[in-house]
Design a protein around this ligand. Structure first.
Ligand SMILES: *[C@@H]1O[C@H](CO)[C@@H](O)[C@H](O)[C@H]1NC(C)=O
Length: 282
């Protein structure tokens, strides 16, 4: 999804034929970004703060299920058996981790495709070899806020994903959570969706709530602002842009893969990561 074009108010006709987009959503896309930022803090307050929040009982978790098992159960393609030779190769000890980054917007269908079909299956294989970052696309405003293409609800979704990351540095956890809410992105930031995905991925919902509302939302807004400013600084405007070793590797835009010289295949991406990792070690 191209931020620039939409920002210019030129709604792509392709948006019209995307399934799952209600007329309300399409109308939202046309709304000028101008007053959206002002609503973000209000949205934050309304969605999370004002609701009586019976805090999630993390203790309802089966003590038998480790986070690793949860990740595996939610991601059937996880390779349970390590590859031949993998055990003898120390993953963390030597070599620079390969920078691997995805730039997304929480309510963007391209972000869902990109996470589900490329980023997650790749991460499941190379999690020990990459320095992974999930970054957000939006526009920093003069008053210290952020405007999001799909409105304050998307900013809220981005914030919840960033908070999940802050609370759970392990990519298996926060990527699992992000994937979970992305699957139903039109509902973001619906409380039941967030709570359900938090439970499913062992993210502490109370802590998530606290992160999103800390200092009247200023703490989380700063996380989002830093992230969108980073995205801007590296020249990325489309959700979803995947970068490997600080270079654009592949873009998912308007339901298609674009600018993917090495192809959008998971296997090819894994091969490229492993090649760069070996070079770093040498
Ligand atoms: C990962 O990348 C970030 C941003 O470049 C850097 O600050 C951090 O130290 C890196 N972490 C590792 C473990 O290499």
């Amino acid at each position: 999804m191209d931020e620039k074009r939409l920002m210019a108010g030129l709604v792509e006709p392709t948006v019209e034929r995307r399934p799952g987009m209600s007329s309300t959503t399409r109308r939202k896309l046309r709304v000028r970004f101008g007053y959206v930022a002002a609503l973000v803090i209000i949205g934050l307050t309304v969605v999370l703060f004002l609701q009586p929040a019976p805090l999630l009982e993390v203790s309802t978790w089966s003590p038998m299920a480790s986070k690793e098992e949860v990740w595996r159960s939610k991601t059937p393609i996880y390779e349970v058996e390590p590859k031949k030779g993998a055990a003898s190769r120390p993953a963390h000890t030597s070599g620079r981790l390969v920078p691997f980054e995805a730039h997304i917007m929480s309510k963007c269908p391209d972000a869902l495709d990109c996470l589900r079909d490329l980023v997650l299956p790749t991460m499941q294989q190379v999690v020990d070899k990459v320095n992974f970052t999930l970054s957000y696309i939006g526009r920093p405003t003069g008053d210290g806020g952020v405007e999001c293409m799909h409105g304050p609800a998307e900013c809220m979704g981005n914030i919840l994903e960033l908070c999940a990351h802050k609370l759970n540095p392990d990519p298996k956890i926060y990527l699992g959570f992000t994937m979970c809410i992305s699957r139903e992105y039109p509902r973001i930031p619906d409380r039941e969706l967030i709570e359900g995905c938090a439970l499913e991925h062992a993210v502490d919902f109370a802590a998530l709530n606290e992160c999103a509302t800390r200092d009247d939302g200023q703490y989380a807004m700063n996380l989002l602002r830093d992230s969108v400013q980073h995205t801007k600084a590296v020249g990325v405007t489309k959700s979803c842009t995947v970068r490997l070793d600080n270079k654009v590797y592949c873009i998912r835009d308007d339901g298609e893969w674009k600018d993917c010289p090495a192809g959008p295949g998971v296997h090819d991406l894994i091969v490229n990561v492993e090649k760069l990792y070996r070079q770093n070690k040498a």
